[in-house]
Design a protein around this ligand. Structure first.
Ligand SMILES: CC(C)(COP(=O)(O)OP(=O)(O)OC[C@H]1O[C@@H](n2cnc3c(N)ncnc32)[C@H](O)[C@@H]1OP(=O)(O)O)[C@@H](O)C(=O)NCCC(=O)NCCSC(=O)CCS(=O)O
Ligand SMILES: Cc1cc2nc3c(=O)[nH]c(=O)nc-3n(C[C@H](O)[C@H](O)[C@H](O)COP(=O)(O)OP(=O)(O)OC[C@H]3O[C@@H](n4cnc5c(N)ncnc54)[C@H](O)[C@@H]3O)c2cc1C
Length: 408
């Protein structure tokens, strides 16, 4: 009975085109991403060769609409590709996310024809744009950011600092969240397009990260960064509600981050299954011990549940007027998938015994790589706040004195 379905229930849900896309992504990931994953982790170098293969295969900028030379791939399509790459190499999975979602998604959705064309050109030529939101004093409380964009004549002048910017120094296109100021008056939070190499855009120190070491996480400083007026991205609701519009676009990247966590967990699970069948103790394969069988059963259940939540959240984008995933479904999927990946990768290491703790096997890397996803992209706690607000249908402000009763 079980044999009638793919191991990951793909055949129940995917169209023939989607199955073909997944198969094609898996083949390329196995061919280019898996062989270099350990070296990428060890050298901490951005995997330009993998990026070149991703571009050639059409996996960078696949979400760009066809009229801009992309493929118009859906959030769901991108998630299928992301999982396959993350299953082999977490860093590669993240590159596919940012090459299709996040900054580029926001610009394509809200930009002028020129802004959209520029963003499309960058990702289609292999750039993984950087999204610059977090500041040293404004992490979870992102709206407390202090970076400003002051209108001066025909220019914006940006000043401030971001940190933990994925791709700092390798990303060419940046989407910078900043407080828009005109005549000293705060107008709202907007997104600004800026390019690596522009005077005043300064790449700061690199963080020595626990995992996902092949992508730099750096500070990015803006020291009188002068940008033309047409670099401002304004969501349709206007700049006053600019943050809300930008975060709405960011929900796609939350689904993407959840999918990287899923792919890493799937990779660790497969490694664990192979190991327990091969490794013998007490004269028999350790796969015969029921305690380990139940661990593997639980791992598979958690992985499949995460996949279903991610697919639901990704599919919701097709039904949202904004074209982005539903915020609550994206948050639910990311909370579940990120916590699942921490547990599943740790269990996979446990099933390997000492060999899992060695840097000669991939599971220790997977444990380190998976750890990020309950933090980056909105912590599991902040996303629970969002879900709580939705299920209770009440605002849940986190500032002191900001609490509102249900129904208020
Ligand atoms: C949203 C928060 C920063 C909390 O800030 P506030 O309490 O000041 O703001 P809110 O009133 O909750 O929200 C303001 C405004 O935005 C709308 N909003 C918020 N979240 C979403 C969303 N997910 N989708 C759509 N709209 C959203 C909200 O409804 C309000 O709209 P109105 O003004 O009422 O109309 C905080 O909750 C938060 O999300 N913190 C996490 C910050 C974060 O995610 N940072 C990610 C940085 S990038 C990154 O980490 C990359 C890693 S990766 O690999 O992806
Ligand atoms: C690998 C990695 C990549 C990243 N990439 C990017 C990027 O490309 N661009 C970008 O802009 N940012 C990026 N970030 C930053 C990320 O978005 C922030 O780390 C995250 O939003 C949390 O902010 P913080 O680290 O300042 O933690 P804090 O906000 O200081 O949180 C510390 C702890 O307090 C909890 N907490 C805070 N407020 C509340 C509350 N109201 N209720 C309950 N718990 C709360 C948090 O959940 C957390 O456990 C990245 C982070 C990592 C680790």
């Amino acid at each position: 009975m079980f044999d009638r379905y793919d191991h990951d229930v793909s055949s129940l849900f995917l169209t023939p085109d989607q199955s073909a896309l997944k198969t094609r992504a898996r083949a390329l990931a196995e061919h280019v991403a898996r062989p270099s994953a350990a070296q990428t982790d060890r050298t901490e170098e951005y995997p330009l060769d993998v990026v070149a293969s991703l571009s050639e295969a059409g996996f960078m900028g696949m979400s760009v609409p066809e009229d801009l030379a992309g493929q118009g791939a859906t959030c769901f399509d991108v998630a299928l590709v992301v999982e396959e790459f993350a299953r082999c190499c977490g860093v590669s999975g993240r590159i596919v996310v940012e090459g299709n979602m996040g900054a580029v998604g926001a610009i394509i959705a809200y930009g002028t024809p020129e802004q959209r064309e520029t963003a499309a050109r960058y990702v289609l030529s292999g750039d993984k744009p950087a999204i610059c939101i977090t500041e040293p004093g404004a992490g979870s409380a992102a709206t407390e950011m202090t970076t400003t964009a002051e209108r001066k004549g025909d220019s914006w002048v940006l000043n401030g600092s971001k940190h933990w910017i994925t791709g700092g120094g390798v990303s060419r296109l940046h989407l910078i969240f900043a407080r828009v100021m005109e005549g000293g008056v705060f107008k709202g939070i907007g997104g600004f397009m800026a390019y690596l190499g522009e005077t005043g855009l300064i790449i700061g120190a690199r963080e020595p990260t626990m995992g996902l070491r092949g992508i730099p996480e750096t500070a990015v400083h803006f020291d009188n960064l002068v940008l033309p007026l047409d670099r401002l991205i304004t969501p349709p609701e206007g700049i006053k509600r600019g943050f809300s519009g930008l975060m709405n676009a960011y929900n796609a990247q939350r689904v993407g981050a959840a999918t990287v966590a899923l792919g890493i967990a799937q990779g660790a699970f497969e490694a664990a299954c192979a190991h327990v069948k091969k490794r013998e103790q007490f004269g028999r394969p350790i796969a015969e011990f029921q305690g380990l069988q139940w661990m593997l059963a639980d791992m598979s259940i958690q992985i499949d549940a995460a996949r279903m939540m991610i697919w639901r959240a990704a599919k919701s984008a097709d039904h949202e007027p904004s074209g982005f995933p539903d915020p609550m479904l994206a948050a639910q999927a990311k909370v579940f998938a990120s916590e699942m990946a921490v547990k599943v990768t740790n269990d996979a290491l446990q099933l390997h015994g000492a060999s899992g703790y060695s840097r000669n096997t991939p599971v220790e890397r997977m444990v380190r790589d998976a750890r990020m996803f309950t933090i980056g992209g909105g912590t599991a706690q902040m996303l629970r706040n969002l879900v709580a607000g939705k299920v209770l249908d009440m605002k849940t402000p986190q500032t002191r004195g900001g609490y509102a009763r249900a129904g208020d």
